[in-house]
Design a protein around this ligand. Structure first.
Ligand code: ZN
Ligand code: ZN
Length: 417
């Protein structure tokens, strides 16, 4: 970009995003370590995040840099028996760092179709091995033991998927524009903007927690679904206190309020409204049927084989671990773009997630063993995969414990909150 003023503008916006990740996303405290993962193309953002982290009092920032070409090289050249290997030593080390007080930041920008041409069997085995190895660290994240944050970065591989047909540099620039808009960076004071945004999300969680609905009923094109909510479920959204006491925003951007469904009380049919980008494969037009909480029939127009392999990961993989509500008018939905990245697309639409439940979305869950939480409806699995079922044509009712049916969303928008 030869124009200095434009370059300065981009640099200023990138710096605002980095500051937002550290100050709002992580709310990094003096004396904390920071463990950060990022794609190699995101280094300019990573360096700015490191600067803001040290200015906030970080003792040590440890970046772990990934590369799509290195990931592909494995599929092209590694021996067939290599795909059950995962770096358990790395994830155990991460878990140790988290237990010692470190915060976790992931810069996301992977190409959504990176592994689409690879053998689904190898992809599934590699994913499974990674899920098992990652578990000690992931549990500390999903149980919200530590402050953590996901923040996006535009990479050529991702940008080409969002803006096919545009020259690479232009696609990357357009994706950065979309990222800055979705992350509410393009305002004078993004930190103040996020305080107001968090207040709106908390008004919704307060309303839903006061209602304490027994179940939600969904109706839309291809969807006729009842989702029972876990006993003592708790709605969350926006900034929340982690168990280490630090109030953080795990996702930037975020538009959702979410809770724990009952793993045995989901019945009916549901159709996805956006493609699901899963570990390098796009799964499109998912249609599934639930009976007593379990998916008994699964179809997809594209990627059905990968979807079915995912559902076979373990007993909990075919059951729900999350239900989330997002207004159809969210800025990400309004952009009209399909980002092909869950961090964005899940915030464009109401969604559900297969697999592991966030046990923090249950009242009085601290220190309670998973078997007891399972009795209340919390699902356990190696996976947690969000997929989008919301649209401007979705209606949702809440059913109270005394059987009253109340409108909750109409045409994809909240009613009364
Ligand atoms: Zn979600
Ligand atoms: Zn989720």
């Amino acid at each position: 970009m030869p124009d200095d003023s434009l370059a300065a503008t981009f640099e200023a916006r990138l710096d605002k995003l980095a500051a937002l990740a550290v100050r709002v996303g992580l709310n990094l405290r003096p004396g904390q370590e920071l463990v950060m993962t990022a794609p190699v193309e995101a280094l300019p953002l990573v360096r700015r995040i490191a600067t803001h982290a040290y200015q906030a009092g970080a003792t040590l920032v440890t970046p772990l840099i990934g590369d799509d070409e290195v990931a592909l090289a494995r599929y092209r050249h590694a021996a067939p028996e290599a795909f059950d290997t995962a770096p358990g030593w790395l994830f155990q080390g991460m878990a140790e760092a988290f237990r010692g007080g470190a915060a976790r930041l992931a810069v996301v920008g992977e190409s959504p179709t990176l592994l689409a041409q690879q053998d689904p069997e190898k992809v599934a085995r590699a994913n499974r091995a990674r899920s098992i190895a990652y578990r000690p660290a992931l549990e500390l994240i999903t149980s919200f033991a530590i402050n953590w944050n996901l923040v996006p970065a535009a990479t050529p591989g991702w940008a080409k998927e969002v803006f096919p047909g545009l020259p690479e540099a232009e696609a990357v620039a357009r994706l950065w524009d979309a990222i800055f808009a979705a992350c509410r960076v393009d305002v004078a004071d993004p930190v103040a903007e996020w305080a107001a945004h968090n207040a709106r999300l908390h008004a919704r969680t307060t309303y839903l927690n006061d209602k304490d609905f027994l179940e939600l009923r969904y109706r839309g094109p291809g969807t006729d679904l009842v989702i029972g909510l876990a006993d003592g479920h708790l709605w969350a959204g926006g900034a929340e206190p982690a168990k280490n006491g630090i109030v953080c925003n795990p996702n930037i951007p975020t538009e959702e309020v979410f809770t724990t469904p009952h793993r045995l009380r989901v019945d009916g049919t549901v159709r996805s409204t956006k493609p699901l980008a899963y570990q390098g494969t796009l799964i499109e037009d998912i249609r599934v049927t639930f009976a007593e909480g379990r998916i008994v029939e699964a179809n997809a127009a594209k990627g059905a084989e990968v979807l079915r392999k995912v559902l076979e990961t373990d007993e909990g993989a075919a059951r729900l671990g999350e239900v989330a509500l997002v207004p159809h008018s969210s800025p990400i939905s309004a952009s009209g773009l399909l980002f092909r990245n869950t961090l964005f697309d899940e915030n464009a639409a109401s969604h559900i997630a297969l697999g592991q439940a966030y046990t923090t979305c249950l009242r009085d869950s601290a220190g309670v063993p998973m078997e007891r939480l399972a009795e209340r409806g919390a699902n356990a699995s190696l996976i947690h995969i969000d997929w989008m079922i919301g649209s401007g044509a979705l209606d949702i009712d809440g059913v109270t414990k005394d059987g009253a049916v109340e409108p909750l969303m109409r045409g994809g928008e909240f009613v009364g909150v």
